[in-house]
Design a protein around this ligand. Sequence first.
Ligand code: FEO
Length: 394
Amino acid sequence: MVSRELVPGVYWVGAYDFDRRIFDELIPLPEGTTYNAYLVKGSEKTALIDTVDPTKEYDLISNLVKLGIEKIDYIVINHAEQDHAGSLPMVLEFYPDAQVVTNAKCRDLLIALLHLPESRFTIIEDNGTLSLGDRTLRFLITPWTHWPETQLTFLAEDRILFPCDLFGFHAATTELFITDEAWACRSAKRYYAEIMMPFRSSIKGYVERVRELDPAIIAPSHGPLYKNPKFILDAYAGWVSDEVKNEVIIPYISMHGSTAKMVDHLTGALVTRGIVVKPFNLSRTDTGELACSLVDAATLVIATPTVLFGPHPSVVSATYLANVLRPKTRFATVIGSYGWGGKTVETITKMLDHVKVELLPPVTVLGEPDEKAMLDLDRLADEILKKHKELNIV
Ligand code: FEO
C-alpha cells in the first residue's frame, strides 16, 4: 500500500479492496471498493480522518508508518459503520495519545460496536471547529448520510470536504481523482440509490449546505475524489429533487412464461407510446442496477406469477427493497398470471407502504394471457401515458 498526497500536508492513507464483491451481504460491488482515510498535518496537531474496514487495518497502519507518523492527536470519525470505524481499536493502540473526535451519537454507537472507553472521546457539536494550528477542521452534523450519527468534516483553509459515505461510490481504482466524470456519475448514482435514497429529504438540505461551503475538493470515503465538486453536487441535486423521468421499471419473474409474455406485451405497448421501459428479470438481476433504475423513474410495474397463494418470493424481496429504498416513483401497479387464485396484488400493494405512489389498476390473468389480457395491458399503457403527460414528462 501507498499513501497519496492531495495537497501539501494532506494525505490519502486508505486501502483498496479490489476483490470485494458484496457489501452487507446484499449490495453487489462489481468494481470492488476503497476505504478512504485521510491524514491532515497542521503546524501543531495531526488528525486522521476516518479509518478503514478491519480487514484492511494493516494497510492503514502501514501507510501511516511509511509516512513517518509517530503521533496522531485526533482521530475524526464521521460515521460508526465498520468499513470506516472498524480499524479504530488498532489505530488507538498504535497511537495511545490520540483522542477520537466525533459527535455524541456517533460516540455512543462506537462504544456499543467496538467497546471503546469513553475517556478516549472528544465530543463536537454542529458547526464546531478543531484547530490543528495553521489548519482548522469544521464539523457539520448531518444525520442520515447513511446512519443517524453521520457527520461531515471540512478542512477550512484548503476547502477540502470529507463527507464519508455521502457523494462516494464503490470502485477500487488507483486513480486518486476522478478523470471520467460520466463513469463516476453512473457509479455515484448507483451508490446514491443503494445507500442515500431512503434519506432523500434530509440529503436535499445537505447538498445546499455543502454548496455554501464551496469545496475545492470532495474527498469521500469510497472511490476516487472530486476535483470538480460541481458535477456531483449538480447530479445529487437532480436525484434528490422531486423531478421524475418518463420511465417505467418492471421487475419481474416468470415461472412458465405467462408473466413474461405480459411483460413483453406491456413493454412494447409503452415503447410505442414513447415511454422508456426497463424490465429486470429478477432471476438474473444485479440488485444495484435495479435500485439505480428507481432513482428517477415515474412508474413501477411489479410483474409476478402467483406461487401457491401469493407473489413469487424473488418479487417479494425486490418489492421489499424498493419499499425501503423509498424512491420518488409516483405510480405503481401489479401485473401477472395466476393458477387458482390467491392474494398476490393485495400482498404486493400492502408492501409498498413507504412509497408515496398512486396505485394504477392491476392486470392479472388466469393462466396463459389471452386477447383480453393483452387489451387490458394496452389500457394500462394508456393510463401510464396519461399519468406521465399530467406530469409533463412525455
Ligand atoms: Fe461506507 Fe455507511 O459505510
